[in-house]
Design a protein around this ligand. Structure first.
Ligand SMILES: [Fe+2]
Length: 528
């Protein structure tokens, strides 16, 4: 029935949209969508403060809020889109309009709450830690801009007129964003050891090294003399979060003993708080060291990432007691993954975590961003050392780079000349022992590229009674003499494929044999 309004009477009849204009407004909803979309990003960048909120409320509270923020952001974008496209419009008061109206109020309220949350988080972080949020935001800004830019383009850009294309781009972006975000917090990739551990003889003990497929912490566990040892890879008490871990263990603790290694994945490491993932445990290894006069070593240089070729060549070598790695694992070490794959995995695969490795650095391990971290990661420090095994003495030297420090190849990062000088001074300070068999291990038999340093090094080695220099670098099998000291070039990646060598100590003689991937002997030498 039609209502009758008398003269002077106020019109109390409400229009369908009256009082709702603020929420039904395109500009309002677009603004809400933008603020709602930014909220999870900023909140995540403020996560250094989350730990304190979680302690008060419950563990995982902030992560829950973070995911609700994402859902809210998606809802805000959809609602803004519906409003802009006038799928819902002022003047209608149907069921759809009512649902959207309620949804818009909820999204608006949550967006205000979430914005207040990240502002509060910044407040909790305070003046000292708030810049951390800025650094995190700056670091993730390119990704954030890309995600938001593509979404905005797909959903709002007028030029995209094809409805199906718009829907497809928007859907792909949202799914990719959700998958990417989830993977960043809960990685999909499997966390595992890349190989058995590699046990390096450092001259002062053993460095047990292992690598994993992602960053994490690690420890070694063994029992010695009735005591159980659980040694973490740590620096100054803080566990190291890395792919490669090393543990310095005294000789007597490991020889003839069992050990295992354990690692926990770290998915987020922060100034305050952080997040751990799964924990993996190795099998139990039984480590053995042949300290007798009769001994056999597998000797490999210059594998230059060719692990499979090297493994094939080693199939033709009989059982060996240890492995001597003579360097040049990869073109350079830009990333930790390269050291994990081409050094730790290689050494671990060849020894199964149960035989010692003697490692000499190649010139290619001196190149790249990770090169300066390698020694610490392997538990070595400098790369020259003095190893005594029974009456045998291995003097490990580091020829470092084969070009002058100023060569453009090193990008201004080389100071190897001074390093070699220190090494030669150390070498000159060594004393000869009685009845020792001195074996020199160095990537290049020249020892140093500087003539004067090279002569001093060779003279010192002669004084120590060096019997042979085992080396690589030249990608061939060769035998020669340097100022009266025999040297043996063990092969490596040659023009005819990968060649590895065995070095046998038998009846007071040193037998040197080179074998290629087809099992052919490509060099035999004997030093009496
Ligand atoms: Fe080399």
């Amino acid at each position: 029935m039609r209502k009758i309004r008398f003269k002077g009477q106020k019109n109390t009849e409400r229009k369908p949209c009256e009082g709702k204009e603020f929420f039904l407004n395109k500009i309002t909803m677009l603004t809400v969508a933008v603020i709602a979309a930014i909220a999870p990003w900023i909140f995540y960048c403020c996560r250094v403060g989350h730990v304190y909120v979680d302690i008060i409320i419950f563990d995982g509270f902030c992560l829950t809020v973070f995911f609700i923020m994402i859902v809210n952001a998606a809802a805000a974008v959809v609602l803004a889109l519906l409003r802009i496209k006038e799928k819902i419009s002022l003047g209608n008061d149907g069921k759809k309009e009512k649902i959207c109206y309620i949804a818009e109020i909820i999204v608006f309220s949550l967006t205000v709450l979430f914005t207040a949350s990240w502002v509060a988080c910044l407040g909790v972080m305070g003046a000292e830690s708030a810049p951390v949020a800025g650094r995190m935001a700056a670091k993730s800004l390119p990704v954030a801009l890309l995600v938001y830019g593509i979404l905005f383009f797909a959903l709002f850009f007028p030029a995209v007129t094809n409805k199906k294309a718009r829907t497809a781009i928007g859907t792909v972006c949202i799914i990719a964003g959700i998958i990417g975000l989830t993977a960043a917090i809960f990685p999909f990739s499997k966390y595992e050891f890349v190989s058995d551990p590699m046990v390096i003889d450092t001259g002062e003990g053993y460095s047990v090294v292992f690598a994993t497929t992602d960053n994490g912490t690690g420890y070694i566990e063994y029992t010695y003399d009735g005591d159980t040892y659980k040694l973490f890879d740590e620096r100054g008490g803080r566990k190291v979060n890395a792919r490669i871990h090393s543990f310095n263990v005294p000789y007597e603790h490991l020889e003839g003993n069992e050990y295992k290694v354990v690692s926990t994945r770290i998915t987020d490491e922060l100034s305050y708080g952080g997040r751990t993932g799964e924990t993996i445990e190795s099998k139990v290894y039984k480590f053995n060291r042949n300290k007798g006069e009769e001994n056999k070593y597998l000797c490999i240089s210059d594998w230059h990432t060719r692990l499979k070729e090297a493994y094939k060549a080693t199939e033709h070598t009989d059982g060996y007691d240890g492995v001597i790695l003579l360097g040049d694992a990869a073109p350079g070490l830009q990333y930790e993954e390269e050291a994990a794959e081409y050094i730790v995995k290689f050494g671990g695969d060849l020894t199964k975590g149960e035989k010692p490795v003697i490692y000499a650095r190649g010139n290619h391990e001196t190149r790249g961003k990770y090169a300066s971290e390698l020694g610490d990661a392997l538990g070595l420090g400098d790369y020259y050392t003095d190893i005594k095994v029974g009456n045998r003495r291995f003097i490990v030297l580091d020829s470092a780079e084969d070009k002058e420090d100023s060569h453009p190849e090193y990008g201004g990062m080389a100071d190897y000349s001074a390093y070699r000088e220190r090494m030669v001074e150390w070498l000159e300070g060594l004393n000869a022992g009685e009845n020792e068999e001195v074996i020199v291990i160095c990537h290049d038999y020249e020892i140093c590229r500087e003539k004067e340093l090279s002569e001093r090094a060779i003279k010192a080695l002669k004084n120590l009674g060096a019997k042979v220099i085992l080396c690589g670098h030249y990608h061939e099998v060769g035998f020669g003499e340097k100022e009266g000291i025999p040297y043996y070039i063990d092969g490596g990646h040659t023009d005819n494929g990968m060649v590895v060598s065995t070095v046998e100590f038998r009846n007071g003689e040193i037998l040197l044999n080179a074998v290629n991937g087809d099992g052919e002997n490509v060099g035999s030498y004997k030093i009496s």
